[in-house]
Design a protein around this ligand. Structure first.
Ligand SMILES: Cc1cc2nc3c(=O)[nH]c(=O)nc-3n(C[C@H](O)[C@H](O)[C@H](O)COP(=O)(O)OP(=O)(O)OC[C@H]3O[C@@H](n4cnc5c(N)ncnc54)[C@H](O)[C@@H]3O)c2cc1C
Length: 413
């Protein structure tokens, strides 16, 4: 069994960033990937997917975007090509098409068993992704089998769906994009709206993420927030990356003909029971957005940073509307339900006792209780942007420095 200092599991942006940092610190390692570099983007992206972060936010250790469209948004194939180039330029030692099927700790060493042989190592970095699996509510089990159900990871384009209307559950970045695309293809779309974080694409002449970056919102440290659990459970930003830099929110979708309803509560066959919370959810998102925009306004006033003039606030919801309490999919001719309800993780191969009762890896900034075992790319791992392309690098450096300093004979640069 070959022995190596570090095994990194996964060659997405996190595994590649980790590899770059380890190489810089002269730590010998391999990156084991069950598919190819950026496999998630290759196999789980819908055709029209673009990043919601602008190109200038594509920053990884030893790499920053220097193309001619810093304010544009990359497609999935563009990002795959970029990560391929990054892997080559970092000389990442990738072992592709190899799945880790068991990870155990024996004494001070780890044994990494794959479907193509085993490795032994002093340390392991788990970089298998925050969005490993779709998080579909248990109520989906009650849905009639004649309704097609799918997660965004399996969605490619509207023409793939059976004829009929579509219910999309979840109104964060993915849900609103799919609702818009499917509605524009001529389908009747119903969007079940839960908790979401509404944001305009542009505000006072700049991309909203430029403002959040400048205000330090994105790299806010995990130990500086009131409740890290609550912060980790926040929905993703309701943003889309389009060439015209337009915003997309539930109000816009409603104007375009998408029917908005409340959260899905229970399902029995074709019958869907809905919460009476549409106004509450949209109002809460409006209030949160108003708070953020007010922070930006104050920042502009106090620093004098060049910006366009104040913009009027547009509420998403005329507060007189109400939404139905039930949906009968049969009579409404809804044939498809798409669960845009977020993602989860599972580690059936991990046999080191670092999982909590929910099956999540226990860690402090990526350091697990098992010495030498790390996790990278988690939501709000050390900072709010830890799972973003732009944020994973700082966390990778921390782990690489720890590994380098704990391995005798390895020089810390
Ligand atoms: C729809 C969507 C849009 C997003 N848009 C943006 C955006 O615009 N900007 C941004 O900054 N972030 C975005 N993110 C967040 C984040 O950038 C992605 O989730 C990104 O894929 C995370 O990279 P990662 O390397 O941590 O994980 P992944 O990309 O998931 O990589 C994990 C890798 O591990 C491999 N793997 C898993 N299990 C094993 C195993 N047992 N053995 C071997 N290999 C294994 C997988 O094949 C995969 O290649 C988005 C996320 C999603 C889901």
């Amino acid at each position: 069994m070959p022995h190596i200092t570090t095994v990194v599991i996964g060659a997405g942006q996190a595994g590649l960033a980790m590899s770059h940092c380890l190489s810089e610190l002269l730590v010998d390692h391999v990156v084991i990937e069950r598919g190819k570099v950026a496999q998630r983007w290759r196999s789980q992206s819908w055709d029209s997917l673009t990043l919601l972060t602008p190109n200038w936010m594509t920053r990884l250790p030893g790499f920053k975007y220097e193309g001619d469209d810093p304010d544009g948004f990359m497609s999935a194939p563009d990002l795959i090509a970029l990560l391929d180039r990054y892997a080559v330029s970092s000389r990442a030692p990738i072992v592709s098409d190899t799945s880790v099927i068991r990870l155990v700790q024996t004494g001070e060493r780890f044994r990494i068993i794959t479907d193509h042989g085993a490795w032994s190592s002093d340390s392991v970095v788990i970089a298998t992704g925050y969005c490993d699996l779709p998080a579909v509510p248990a109520s989906s089990l009650g849905l009639s089998t004649s309704i097609t159900q799918l997660a965004p990871a399996n969605y490619r384009r509207p023409s793939q769906l059976p004829p009929g209307g579509v219910l999309i559950v979840g109104a964060s970045a993915t849900g609103v994009q799919l609702a818009d695309e499917i509605q524009q293809s001529g389908r009747e779309v119903t969007l079940a709206v839960g908790r979401h974080l509404r944001l305009p694409r542009h505000y006072r002449g700049r991309d909203i993420l430029w403002w959040l970056d400048r205000l330090g919102v994105l790299d806010k440290a995990a130990d500086a927030v009131h409740s890290i659990e609550a912060s980790r459970n926040q929905p993703s930003l309701q943003l889309v990356g389009r060439p015209d830099h337009s915003s997309l929110d539930v109000g816009t979708l409603r104007e375009r003909g998408v029917r908005l309803v409340g959260r899905v509560r229970a399902i029995s066959g074709y019958d869907i029971s809905l919460a009476d919370d549409l106004i509450a959810s949209t109002a809460a998102a409006d209030i949160k957005m108003a708070e953020i925009l007010t922070r930006i306004d104050r920042h502009i006033d106090s620093t004098g940073v060049p910006a366009e003039g104040p913009e009027p606030f547009r509420s998403t919801w005329p507060h007189t509307d109400s939404s139905p309490e039930r949906l009968d999919l049969k009579s409404e001719r809804i044939q498809t339900v798409i669960w845009a309800t977020g993602c989860r993780r599972a580690y059936p191969w991990l046999q080191v006792p670092v999982l909590d009762r929910r099956g999540e890896i226990v860690h402090n900034g990526g350091f697990t209780p098992a010495f030498g075992l790390y996790v990278l790319g988690m939501n709000f791992q050390r900072r709010r942007n830890s799972s973003f392309i732009d944020g994973v690098g700082g966390d990778a450096w921390k782990i690489a420095e720890q590994i380098a300093s704990s391995v005798s004979g390895v020089r810390v640069a």
